[in-house]
Design a protein around this ligand. Structure first.
Ligand code: C5P
Length: 304
């Protein structure tokens, strides 16, 4: 069984106050995109969970048991064992990374959610959607979104999800510069700014999507992390200008960075923009948004 683990962008990302548990309250509209990792699952006669990770040079991911894929597999395995579901003695997981890490594209979280989903289907476990969701929440704030896909508004620490209707797919160019940003650092940098403000754009974006007002969906895109990330890394503010000059209608930070996305009018404009940006940056991806239906249809990959 081979699964596509699709990445995401955030169409809005409002960060509010820090909670007693150390996490921040937030509101965000998350959007699946076609860029993905590939995860292959197969039973193994050797007992235990066996993990292999193939990543291009620039993608720095743990290939050991600290990888979220391995943690997800152990978690689901334990749940299934408690319920006395029949399991094989061993499981092999082979991950091919394509989504850059420390980019804000949710690659690791998507891999973890795909592991939960794939094990549930591969072993015909009958964990309830609520049980899968609890496992996803335990693995990370973004992980529950990747069980659902499409366009979703997330609140709480990111785990309270409300699916939204699909928006017409649009083309994107994503540029990952050679710096990586840790999510924890980005939240701390926001906390260190007493004058920080939130765009509070999620509610307006949600309404625009519910009314099918695509013009406003374009206009309302924003990300609270930009105020600290562009200040700490001026080269990213510069990159945003370059993406605009390559023809983007909109450009924003992906999650807490360091990748930026540009929205393009069509595939041709995106390919042209990517060609221009490719002269200065080595990690440039042309992709597009995915509806929930496409996310679910394409999740199970043919051999690639
Ligand atoms: O949940 P996850 O492990 O992905 O979060 C990584 C880090 O990002 C957390 O340790 C925390 O510092 C920060 N975070 C936060 N508030 C959130 C989500 C993440 O402060 N809602």
């Amino acid at each position: 069984m081979k699964i596509r683990c699709f990445a995401k962008i955030n169409l809005t990302l409002d960060v509010f106050s820090k909670r007693a548990d150390g996490y921040h309250s937030l509101a965000t509209v998350m959007q699946s995109i076609a860029l993905h990792d590939l995860l292959a699952l197969s039973p193994s006669e050797v007992p235990g969970i066996h993990f292999m990770c193939e990543a291009p040079d620039q993608i720095d991911v743990p290939a050991d048991s600290s990888n979220l894929v391995v943690r997800a597999a152990h978690l689901l395995w334990e749940r299934a064992a408690q319920k006395e579901y029949p399991l094989p003695s061993g499981l092999s997981l082979h991950l091919q990374k394509r989504v850059p890490s420390q980019a804000g594209l949710g690659g690791g979280s998507s891999d973890a959610a795909a592991t939960l989903w794939a094990m549930q289907h591969f072993f015909r476990l009958s964990l309830s959607p609520q049980e899968l969701l609890e496992c996803a929440q335990a693995l990370g704030s973004d992980v529950p979104f990747f069980l659902l896909g499409g366009t979703v508004v997330a609140r709480g620490r990111g785990e309270q999800l409300t699916p939204l209707p699909d928006i017409p797919p649009f083309w994107l160019v994503i540029v990952k510069p050679d710096i990586g940003i840790s999510t924890r650092w980005a939240y701390e940098a926001l906390d260190a700014r007493p004058d920080r403000r939130s765009h509070r754009a999620t509610k307006r974006m949600e309404e625009a999507i519910l009314h099918g007002d695509f013009e406003r969906v374009m206009a309302f895109q924003c990300n609270d992390f930009e105020q600290v990330v562009f200040e700490a890394y001026p080269q990213l503010a510069w990159l945003a200008d370059e993406i605009r000059m390559a023809g983007a209608l909109q450009t924003h930070l992906c999650g807490s960075g360091s990748a930026l996305y540009g929205v393009f009018s069509d595939q041709r404009a995106a390919l042209h923009g990517a060609e221009l940006l490719g002269k200065r940056y080595s990690h440039v991806y042309v992709t597009h948004t995915l509806t929930r239906e496409r996310f679910q249809q394409l999740r199970l990959a043919e051999e690639e």
